[in-house]
Design a protein around this ligand. Structure first.
Ligand code: HEC
Length: 298
């Protein structure tokens, strides 16, 4: 009996000892490691797939708090605890594992782990990727590269302006290709063809004159720098009133079974009303017959 109690005390102490979270030490060189390629949308998608098959069972869905209860708990992928890691630290921790967290370095390639990190980072709006090698834009390195979209309703052109910011200096970037899209529910529709920026950093796209917009002619546009692998994801989204104002009738507008009374299909109204009339007519006839029977009885 005493042995049993001692055994449980021992177990309790052991559980507590492992519960005390010791910091996860990452070697300096691994902590500072950066990806040599930019995180692309494609990386994020394949990273998401990898996450669903390898990680979700423990770490749950981002923000849903459906993690598996382990000690220490696997952090939510969108949490500050996980996101505060450097890219290198994430790469190290996913590769090496610790305790209940498996080591993935023999399961996933290093490139796969970077894709996973690309996905994890897509859950963090404040994250800005730093590359191992800074990409150059027309031979120059910038702190920040921006695209702006402007409309020229006279010519029905959309102009994308590509600029780089270095310190307090803003410069147009020439000679790079930009793609313009109209945003759709399913996928994006490319407009014109990819255009190269001129010396003023401008690329001009001929916009179709008959593109339907919303009731005010607004259209959601997306401009993106080509060659994502080299430059990373540089894009901008703007709503510009360049479309044809269109009042779309809601899907529930036509007469339909599930609609309000005013919009019921005519055949249904007639069928319903006539059947009500037939039934009431029948009842009235039966009552009249009954009355004649009573009269005859008297
Ligand atoms: C069997 C459950 C399990 C699976 C599967 C799993 N993890 Fe973990 N993970 C954990 C646990 C538990 C911890 C906490 C480990 C610790 O702090 O000692 C953890 C910690 C981590 C950390 C460190 C967070 C921090 O505190 O800095 C990262 C990053 C991570 N996991 C990413 C992943 C990724 C990416 C995958 C999929 C490739 C994955 N994990 C799969 C259980 C799991």
């Amino acid at each position: 009996m005493r042995h049993k109690i001692l055994f449980f005390v021992f177990l309790y102490l052991l559980a507590n000892a492992s519960q005390a979270q010791t910091p996860w030490v990452v070697p300096d060189d691994r902590n500072a490691k950066l990806s040599t390629t930019a995180f692309t949308e494609q990386n994020q998608t394949s990273g998401k797939d990898l996450y669903q098959t390898n990680c979700k069972s423990c770490h749950g869905d981002p923000g849903k708090n459906n993690i598996i209860k382990l000690v220490p708990p696997p952090p939510d992928p969108a949490s500050a605890q996980l996101q505060q890691n450097t890219d290198g630290a994430l790469h190290f921790k996913i590769g090496e594992g610790r305790g209940a967290m498996p080591a993935f370095k023999n399961v996933l390639s290093s490139a796969d782990v970077w894709s996973l990190i690309a996905y994890l980072r897509s859950l963090n709006n404040d994250y800005k990727q730093q590359l191992a090698v800074q990409p150059t834009f027309g031979g120059e390195v910038f702190d920040k590269v921006d695209i702006k979209l402007l409309a020229d309703p006279a010519s029905n052109n959309i102009v994308a302006v590509l600029t780089g910011v270095k310190g307090s200096l803003t410069k147009p970037i020439a000679g790079l290709e930009i793609k313009l899209f109209v945003k759709r529910y399913f996928g994006n529709l490319i407009i014109d063809k990819p255009m190269e920026t001129n010396m003023e950093g401008k690329a001009s796209f001929v916009f179709p004159k008959d593109m339907p917009g919303d009731a005010f002619g607004n259209i959601s546009l997306l401009a993106q720098l080509s060659n994502e692998e080299l430059f990373g994801l540089i894009k901008t989204e703007s709503v510009i009133a360049i479309g044809v104002p269109t009042n779309r009738t809601p899907l529930t507008e036509p007469r339909a079974l599930w609609n309000v009374v005013q919009k019921t299909p005519i055949w249904l109204l007639l069928a319903y009303l006539s059947s009500v009339l037939v039934v009431w007519g029948f009842i009235v006839i039966v009552m009249l017959q009954l009355r004649t029977i009573f009269r005859l009885g008297e």
